[in-house]
Design a protein around this ligand. Structure first.
Ligand code: ADP
Length: 384
């Protein structure tokens, strides 16, 4: 199949920042793209060849969108999987495959899959409704503290709550959920595994993720992670085992906990480019977006090593600000060494909405982290 400057069409479900960054790569290779998103102002709109406004959860909309593409991929997991299954039955190549998405979309199914494949993960119980949790605590079946997670439609820390006392359950939606053992971790790590249709795999270096304490959202990503060689090796081995268990095609970002005993536990995965791999645009031989394209088009995989240390800092909407966005002090940070901002092009900001990110590259990871702190303190994402 010829993809470059040809009649081939790549379909992408979702038009957010991950799609936009994937489109830098399709532009580089002159691969024709068609994107679907509900928002007529989606960040992808300016960079794709065809834009279709449509609901990603609507079976007919997704089916009709996917009928005429050569390969269909996603930049967000919450899409209609029944439509993907139908498209596969009609001969459309869908990567990641519908079966992978079906398991990953539901956190209870995802955790069960780890258990079935003997992959280390924290213990959990599944509940059809949040209201059943109280009974389980009363009967001694569940110990506090634990982590409540909505089985479906959670992202960026929404749909996750640490329950330290019964009162913390108040106000949670009464939906299918899991109660996960609270992990008192030392570090949150991630490993991106790339896998193409021929089954060739490559892993990116282990990254360290620093989270915002209240928002449950990644604030900084550091590559390489400042951990022992043996722990890094173990993290990559676990990530590869997860990748094998899903038999996916495309990228798989595996989020991990490193416990105080240096045990590695799988938290969750995403079968697509991921926030933990944005540093790769500036720091790696092959960035994660180009790598995802190589995977889904059945091309040889690129080198995953870094050329230089990288730290990424997320630019999220400031608290107390909603409305038309303004980025304050971008010019100032551009004067610092090795700093590249990425602005996603979302018109409206709101508290903790991901609006952009900044990558800092440096020979020294500690120095890169210091500059990242200065960037974070300087830039403000506010409303007009
Ligand atoms: P999301 O799908 O919203 O990203 P995650 O499952 O990754 O949700 O959880 C968000 C964050 O909540 C994690 O990165 C971690 O900081 C915290 N967290 C999740 N599960 C646990 C756990 N079992 N123990 C302790 N903290 C957890």
């Amino acid at each position: 199949m010829d993809y470059f400057s040809s009649d081939f069409k790549l379909g992408i479900l979702g038009g957010g920042q991950l799609g936009k960054m994937l489109l830098y790569e399709t532009r580089k290779w002159d691969v024709f793209t068609k994107v679907m998103d509900l928002s007529p102002e989606a960040p992808c709109k300016i960079a794709c060849n065809d834009f279709v406004q449509g609901n990603l959860l609507d079976e007919d909309a997704v089916f009709n969108f996917g009928k005429d593409v050569g390969v269909l991929t996603i930049e967000i997991e919450n899409v209609n999987v029944d439509a993907l299954e139908k498209l596969e039955a009609e001969g459309v190549t869908v990567y990641p495959q519908s079966k992978v998405l079906r398991t990953i979309q539901n956190k209870a199914k995802q955790k069960l899959s780890y258990r079935d494949h003997d992959i280390p993960t924290s213990d959990f119980s599944r509940f059809a409704y949040t209201s059943e949790i109280k009974e389980s605590i009363a009967h001694g079946g569940l110990q506090l503290p634990f982590v409540w997670k909505s089985a479906q439609f959670g992202y960026d820390g929404q749909g996750v709550k640490i329950i330290r006392e019964i009162e913390d359950l108040k106000g949670l939606p009464n939906v299918e959920c899991i109660a996960e053992q609270f992990v008192n971790f030392k570090n949150e790590l991630a490993v991106i595994v790339a896998r193409n249709a021929q089954g060739e795999t490559k892993t990116y270096p282990v990254v360290e993720m620093e989270f915002h304490p209240e928002a449950n959202q990644v604030e900084y990503v550091l590559c390489p992670a400042r951990i022992d060689e043996t722990v890094a090796k173990r993290a990559q081995e676990v990530a590869l085992k997860v990748s094998e268990s899903f038999d996916h095609v495309g990228l798989l970002a595996v989020e991990l906990f490193q416990t105080h005993e240096d045990e590695i536990l799988v938290n969750e995965v995403a079968p697509r480019p991921h926030n933990s791999g944005h540093y790769s645009i500036e720091a790696s031989y092959t960035n994660q977006f180009e790598q995802h394209l190589r995977c889904i088009l059945g091309l040889p995989l690129g080198k995953t090593d870094s050329k230089v240390a990288g730290v990424m800092v997320n630019l999220v909407g400031a608290e107390g600000h909603s409305g038309d966005v303004v980025y304050e002090h971008i010019k100032d940070i551009l004067g610092k060494r090795g700093v590249t901002p990425h602005i996603y092009g979302k018109k409206q900001t709101r508290p903790f909405r991901k609006m952009g990110h900044v990558t800092i590259v440096h020979e020294n990871i500690e120095r890169a982290r210091e500059i990242a702190q200065q960037v974070k303190d300087k830039i403000k994402v506010i409303s007009k």
